[in-house]
Design a protein around this ligand. Structure first.
Ligand SMILES: [Zn+2]
Ligand SMILES: [Zn+2]
Length: 252
């Protein structure tokens, strides 16, 4: 029986899932839960909800034993357990998530809570997966994972708020210039570039599920190149970091 079950492989753990598992791992503070522990059961339930939203289901999929196994894998990255004979089945993604979050417990807690909120909210969850394939292959998920990344893009591509932002900036400054590099499409391309600029949502990703309304101040105007560069690698850059990069890049 075990064999037939194994032939139908469960999908590999995603960054979002590992963040949630690491959050539970940290909350356990070195104690070891039984599979029937409610915290393990809750995580198993949350992860199943996430997969069902993508049409993936299965008896063994992220069951409490699978969750416990992942917690054991995470322990193999924990310096506090270095001499314990941990399970060395850890993968690259686990190491990445460990490095991104283990040293920032507060950030980990907030991010995990935001992901959980998004998974438990039917509208947020379905929106996240409908828009999933809207990401270009050159864009990189944020360290905070896929759901919050998709939510970020969806907020900054909302037509209504973009129009309002452009209008406000135009009224105030008389032009639409990139806040990182100063590029002005209208200046460069004439009429064709009139009114052309992208918006980048600048709020922390873990705030997104709590705030359903986007304010004009949550958006920065950026040219297409700068916007791509912000999202091209992990971690994403903020506008100031990108400006600094452009400044230093020009100093040859
Ligand atoms: Zn720019
Ligand atoms: Zn953006």
């Amino acid at each position: 029986m075990a064999k037939t079950e194994k032939t139908k492989r469960n999908p590999p753990w995603t960054r979002d899932e590992i963040i949630l598992a690491l959050d539970l791992y940290q909350k356990l503070e070195g104690t070891w839960p039984a599979p029937e522990d409610t915290r393990v059961q809750d995580l198993s339930h949350t992860l199943n909800r996430l997969w069902r939203a993508q049409g993936v289901d299965g008896v063994t999929l992220r069951n409490p034993n699978g969750v416990k196994m992942k917690l054991m894998n995470l322990r193999s990255h924990d310096p506090a357990f270095e001499d314990v004979d941990g399970l060395k089945a850890g993968n690259r993604l686990e190491v990445e998530v460990w490095n991104d979050f283990a040293g920032q417990p507060q950030h980990l807690r907030e991010t995990a809570e935001a992901i959980r909120l998004a998974i438990m909210d039917n509208t947020l969850l379905s929106t996240a997966y409908v828009k999933n394939d809207a990401l270009s292959s050159e864009e990189m998920d944020a360290p905070e994972g896929r759901i919050l990344t998709v939510m970020h893009h969806s907020r900054e591509r909302s037509r209504k708020i973009i129009q309002a932002k452009k209008k406000a900036v135009l009224t105030k400054t008389g032009r639409l210039a990139c806040e990182a590099c100063g590029f002005d499409f209208a200046q460069q391309y004439g009429d064709r570039g009139q009114g052309f600029i992208e918006c980048h949502h600048i709020k922390p990703l873990c705030d997104l599920p709590k705030e359903t309304r986007t304010r004009l101040d949550d958006l920065a105007l950026v040219c297409a190149n700068c916007h791509r560069m912000i999202h091209a690698q992990r971690p994403w850059l903020n506008i100031e970091e990108l400006s600094d990069l452009i400044g230093s890049g020009c100093m040859y």
